[in-house]
Design a binder for this molecule. Structure first.
Ligand SMILES: Nc1ncnc2c1ncn2[C@@H]1O[C@H](COP(=O)(O)OP(=O)(O)OP(=O)(O)O)[C@@H](O)[C@H]1O
Ligand SMILES: O=C(O)C1=C[C@@H](O)[C@@H](O)[C@H](O)C1
Ligand SMILES: [Mg+2]
Length: 166
């Protein structure tokens, strides 16, 4: 069993939103590793970061991605930083992976004040810029497809993915 598609990209790329649209259009289940972690621990992601630290969150996330890839055959949205772990990148090598690309200005608009996104505490714009600079090559390295999301609605993004993956 393997996901039909795995969505990666930074915060605000629309992974969760577009996963829901694709799942509805294809009639397949949707899974999101951030939601899996919250359900499995009974804690919010921002609380896990603050109380147990990012390294602990990344351990939980690597396990959540591994379980989802093994068990899920629908649409899978990953957390924005899941690709940072080498073992997770390794698991993605034989998957269909779509990188939802977003530029700085659209990402800033979409995440607003960054509430619930612990890595954006402080100056949202400069935090997102640093994350985009650091991670874009990593997203590109795991992606089999890249879809632009700037100036496009989630429905337009989902439609392009459906054309790419009939
Ligand atoms: N193409 C788009 N155009 C405009 N707004 C969008 C688009 N895609 C998503 N959004 C909005 O941006 C916000 C963030 O989207 P979403 O939560 O799906 O991102 P994400 O990639 O899952 O982020 P995270 O990594 O934090 O989980 C939501 O309010 C969503 O409605
Ligand atoms: O980009 C990131 O590192 C994150 C993205 C979110 O999906 C959450 O997984 C968490 O807020 C961290
Ligand atoms: Mg999400």
């Amino acid at each position: 069993m393997s996901p039909r598609v795995v969505l990666v990209g930074p915060m605000g790329a629309g992974k969760t939103t577009v996963a829901g649209l694709l799942g509805a259009a294809w009639g397949v289940p949707v899974r999101d590793t951030d939601a899996d972690i919250e359900a499995g621990t009974g804690r919010e992601i921002s609380d896990i970061f603050v109380e147990s630290g990012e390294d602990h969150f990344r351990e939980l996330e690597a396990a959540a991605v591994s379980a989802a890839i093994a068990e899920h055959d629908g649409v899978l949205a990953l957390g924005g930083g899941a690709v940072l772990r080498p073992e997770t990148r390794e698991l993605l090598t034989d998957q269909t992976v779509v990188f939802l690309r977003v530029g700085l200005s659209d990402a800033v608009k979409r995440v607003g004040l960054g509430v619930g996104r612990p890595l954006l505490l402080g100056n949202v714009r400069s935090r997102i810029k640093a994350l985009l600079d650091e991670r874009t090559p990593v997203y590109e390295s795991v992606a089999t497809h890249v879809v632009e999301t700037d100036d496009r609605t989630p429905d337009e993004v989902a439609a392009e993915i459906r054309e790419l993956l009939p």
